[in-house]
Design a protein around this ligand. Structure first.
Ligand code: 5GP
Ligand code: MN
Length: 344
């Protein structure tokens, strides 16, 4: 079986030339990197390193411990901790790659070297409505993950043989995390063809899943229990749920970054539920982080744009509010009520 081609002939030539011509590559991904961001970054890093390039992954800030098993994760540079070194690498780069984000603002605003650099810029991503900020943008919002886009790009330019086992592990990890272990956004049969190709590289997919998912802290499980028991509010008539959690509550459960990852999906497993909105006070900044998850035809991203200064995917979106948690709860209720007709 041959994968459907996602690149036009012109794009194929352009991306091949960009990667061939580059000598010093800086690979970037979005703030608070997730499995797809880190997976695609390290997979590309593996590939470029194998091709004899000097490549560095610079991410805006901390990424979760459950991604640190990946080969090369210990060599990732955190921009917010290594500004001078990062700027230097950005300045020396002749190619900067933007992975898993569709607008430069998804980097921290301080990650400005991106904008100022004279390097060529290549974007590979799967978020809707990309801004134009790179010389070449390979943006495919119908695909499960940036890792899937990257796999298809390597396949298109005939470079799959230069994807090593580590790179295959990284791509599997990104596809797996962006689809909830292939439980959503994963109805394209070619996804399973891609997995088969990755497995031929020798990956142990079961171990990857354990490495990613069976790494919870005790605090996370107690926090989940607390949220489900004490905090979750259900508007049963509208098939909606929401919860709000304060900094103090997070501290009580010895919260570390990532502990809330995926918790927003849990109320969605209640029978009939259509949308879940999670509000979380940021532990560092004066803001409330908003996560929205939905099923079927409920537009989480539209709700995020209209009410929460955000956006995202159709069924998974996010945003932020700059007000008290009480006011944020009012906004949340207003948002749910605004969609009353679609939620009934
Ligand atoms: P999360 O709830 O995990 O923070 O975010 C869910 C999804 O929404 C992620 O795919 C993320 O990329 C997207 N997202 C979060 N905030 C924003 C935003 O401000 N703008 C856009 N376009 N997407 C966002
Ligand atoms: Mn992604």
């Amino acid at each position: 079986m041959m994968l459907k081609q996602i690149l036009s002939p012109a794009e194929k030539t352009a991306v091949k030339k960009m990667l061939d011509d580059a000598q010093n590559v800086v690979i970037t991904c979005h703030t608070s990197p997730d499995g797809d961001a880190i997976g695609s970054s390290l997979a590309l890093w593996e590939y470029l390193t194998r091709k004899g390039k000097s490549a560095t992954v610079i991410v805006p800030n901390y990424f979760p411990d459950f991604l640190k098993w990946m080969n090369g994760a210990d060599r990732i540079i955190l921009y917010d901790r290594n500004r001078a070194l990062s700027r230097n690498l950005f300045n020396r780069a002749d190619l900067i790659v933007a992975l898993d984000y569709n607008e430069p603002s998804r980097l921290d605003e301080e990650t400005t070297p991106f904008g100022y650099s004279n390097a060529k810029k290549l974007m590979i991503d799967h978020h809707e409505n990309p801004e134009r900020f790179c010389d070449l943008q390979i943006s495919r919002s119908k695909l499960s993950s940036t890792c899937e886009v990257l796999f298809r790009v390597l396949d298109s330019i005939g470079e799959l043989s230069n994807l090593n086992k580590h790179g295959a592990e990284d791509i599997y990890a990104g596809m797996c995390t962006d689809t909830g272990r292939f439980s959503y956004n994963s109805n394209d049969p070619e996804i399973f063809y891609i997995i088969a190709e990755l497995m031929k590289k020798g990956i142990d997919k079961d171990k990857i899943v354990r490495n990613i998912y069976n790494q919870n802290t005790e605090g996370r499980y107690r926090l989940m229990g607390y949220i489900l028991l004490e905090k979750m509010q259900i508007v049963s008539e509208l098939h909606a749920a929401y919860y709000a959690i304060t900094k103090e509550e997070l501290q009580r459960f010895k919260y570390i970054k990532g502990d809330m990852e995926g918790v927003v999906n849990m109320p969605l497993e209640i029978k009939g539920m259509k949308v879940v909105i999670a509000l979380r006070e940021d532990t560092e900044k004066e803001q409330i982080n908003v996560s929205i998850r939905s099923v079927d035809d409920f537009p989480a991203n539209e709700m995020a744009e209209r009410f929460f200064n955000g956006g995202g995917h159709f069924n998974a979106a996010g945003g932020r509010l700059f007000c008290s948690l009480d006011e944020a709860m009012q906004i949340t209720l207003a948002a749910i009520n605004a969609y009353r007709d679609r939620l009934l």
